[in-house]
Design a protein around this ligand. Structure first.
Ligand code: NAI
Ligand code: 15L
Length: 271
């Protein structure tokens, strides 16, 4: 039963122990009577019936299916969040995201908010503007797993009508760490606004949106996601002087050349 004040009865949040999961576990309380938080890592204990906490490895199909019981909508953040060897990415991100969509299908869940990443277009030069219709240029196995996640989202919409908003998150940290992040930064408050729109906007089908604050210099144009109604309110400008006082990366360093920065030069692994 839906709470009269809140749009959803139960939201499932994966990756709840992570940097963004800890933030969203709080934010989502405003949108659902019950937030079910899940992660493979330990989480802050439940604070009551409205705040469920269940440990689960996304690679465990039966576990993920149990997680999705009586859920209205999934915010899927869980998985490896940086570049790693393919085998690690395979279990958590590729198999894990497949399990999330299959669980959504079996439990009749109508929408997923998927934490994709800017790295699906990481191999574009920093002097090019990219939008959601630009061909992807994944910058590693991590990015390939997010690209697969977006394709999975499109498939589950066309085949089963399960809607997804794929959030190509830039760099969402309390503050930008370097020059690149002056362009890619997404404040935590703007992340909350973005997820709110992804949950509440109607008829999203499979939508793709870059998660980026209203920074002075941006590489991403959200012209194809205006229907979501996301308006960023923060900007990295407040941090510019501090960042520009740090030593700059070389002009030919990956962090200066490509939108994906250092991810474009990670690996190879296991040689
Ligand atoms: P994080 O690494 O802090 O959190 C990810 C969480 O997923 C961790 O708590 C981890 O324990 C969990 N996890 C990993 N493998 C798992 C498995 N097999 N089963 C269950 N849980 C597992 O990452 P963060 O920064 O919170 O990011 C959240 C999501 O947003 C990730 O999917 C990440 O790829 C994506 N993202 C984040 C960005 C950022 O700037 N923070 C930028 C772009 C995308
Ligand atoms: C990501 O996809 C990562 O999850 C995050 O840790 C940051 O490195 C971010 O991209 C970024 O591009 O800065």
């Amino acid at each position: 039963m839906t709470s009269p004040q809140k749009p959803f009865n139960r939201i499932l949040l994966t990756g709840a122990a992570g940097g963004l999961g800890q933030i969203l576990r709080e934010t989502l309380q405003a949108h659902a009577a019950i937030v079910r938080s899940s992660d493979i890592s330990p989480m802050t204990p439940s604070r009551g019936a409205h705040d469920e906490v269940i440990n689960c490895n996304l690679a465990d199909k039966a576990g993920v299916h149990a997680l999705a019981k009586d859920v209205d909508v999934i915010v899927h953040l869980g998985g490896i969040s940086v570049e790693r060897a393919f085998e690690e990415i395979l279990e958590a991100n590729i198999r894990g995201t497949f399990h999330v969509y299959e669980a959504a299908r079996k439990h009749g869940i109508r929408r997923v908010v998927f934490a994709s990443s800017n790295h699906v277009t990481g191999f574009y030069s920093q002097d090019v503007e990219v939008d959601a219709h630009a061909p992807r240029r994944p910058d590693g196995y991590y990015a390939l797993s997010k690209s697969y996640g977006e394709d999975l989202a499109a498939f589950y919409f066309h085949r089963y009508g399960i809607e997804t908003v794929s959030l190509r998150i830039g760099s969402s940290f309390p503050q930008p760490h370097n020059l690149r992040m002056l362009a890619t930064w997404l404040s935590h408050a703007d992340l909350g606004r973005l997820v709110e729109r992804a949950l509440l906007a109607s008829d999203v089908g499979h939508s793709v949106i870059y998660g980026v604050s209203a920074n002075r210099d941006r590489w991403w144009n959200n012209r194809h996601a205006e229907h979501l109604g996301f308006v960023a309110q923060d900007s990295s400008e407040a941090f510019r002087a501090q960042i520009e006082s740090q030593p700059r990366p070389a002009a030919d360093a990956p962090d200066s050349l490509f939108q994906g920065g250092a991810f474009t030069a990670a690996g190879p692994f296991g040689d």
